[in-house]
Ligand binder design. Structure first.
Ligand code: MF3
Ligand code: CO
Length: 261
């Protein structure tokens, strides 16, 4: 069942997503070699609570933290830990969701830590480009497969792998709603998009092979070949002619300055 949102509901979802963007900016200020992923999680938890939000991942199907912090070969759902210390040359994907006034946000961003190799920077850039190219397809009258195929083609043309096991999704009162938004597919396939549909679009892209496994903790997904993976995500509302991007990287950009790609 796909729920179309009213304009009022879209503004509530935007408010939730703006708080999430500001939370990521607070986290970004502390991303550097020597910081632990548990420290980043604490920063996010306190900022969300101070601003009247509910960390929606915390307790979701038993998930134990506010943030998902996925480092290097970890693709998604990495669990923050005081023993996981970032070092120069790492990348870290931060993914989370907030419930604010009954409405969910969802966004993800992969940060370089210190100086990262050109090959890995190209992975980050390509994944972010794929996200925005996919969003360009999230307009009234297009089909969901147009979003999926656009993301897949951009990343595979660049020589990268497209993860199959995790997908984007509808979002709203629930963190995960219909439909599933695959990062692979065929143009012209899938449901026809309608104004007011809200989608979390989230390419998860690998430098090497696309195959992944889930670690024994039951959450952490990593590449089997242990090569790095990137993950960027926006929540968007389908509109005529141009999607409305509800989440934002603007606050992250303010913190990163000329390190923002
Ligand atoms: N944005 C993530 C997702 O859609 C949020 C995961 S929260 C978790 O999968 F609790 F499931 F980890
Ligand atoms: Co998501």
């Amino acid at each position: 069942m796909i729920y179309l949102k009213t304009d009022e509901e879209i503004e509530l979802m935007r408010a939730s997503n703006i708080l999430l963007g500001k939370t990521y900016a607070e986290v970004a200020k502390s991303i550097r070699p020597g910081v632990s992923t548990a420290e980043l999680d604490k920063i996010a938890y306190e900022f969300i609570m101070d601003n009247g939000g509910k960390p929606a991942c915390l307790g979701y199907e038993g998930y134990p933290a506010t943030l998902c912090t996925s480092v290097n070969e970890q693709v998604v759902h990495g669990i923050p830990s005081k023993d996981q210390i970032l070092k120069d040359g790492d990348i870290i994907s931060i993914d989370s969701s907030i419930e604010l006034n009954g409405w969910h946000s969802d966004s993800a961003y992969t940060f370089p830590v210190g100086e990262v190799s050109p090959e890995v920077m190209r992975l980050l850039k390509t994944t972010k480009e794929a996200l925005y190219l996919g969003i360009e397809q999230a307009i009234t009258g297009r089909r969901l497969g147009d979003v999926s195929a656009t993301i897949q083609n951009h990343c595979e043309r660049a020589g990268f792998g497209v993860v199959r096991e995790f997908v984007g999704h509808g979002i709203g009162r629930d963190m995960h709603e219909d439909p599933e938004v695959c990062n692979y597919g065929r143009r012209g396939n899938g449901i026809v998009l309608k104004s007011g549909m809200t989608l979390a679009i989230e390419p998860m892209i690998t430098l090497g092979r696309r195959q992944i496994l889930v670690e024994d903790d039951g959450w952490t997904a990593r590449t089997i070949d242990r090569k790095p993976a990137a993950h960027y995500e926006h929540s968007v509302c389908v509109r005529n002619g141009k999607a409305d991007i509800l989440s934002t990287f603007d606050y992250i950009q303010e913190v990163l300055g000329d390190r923002f790609i």
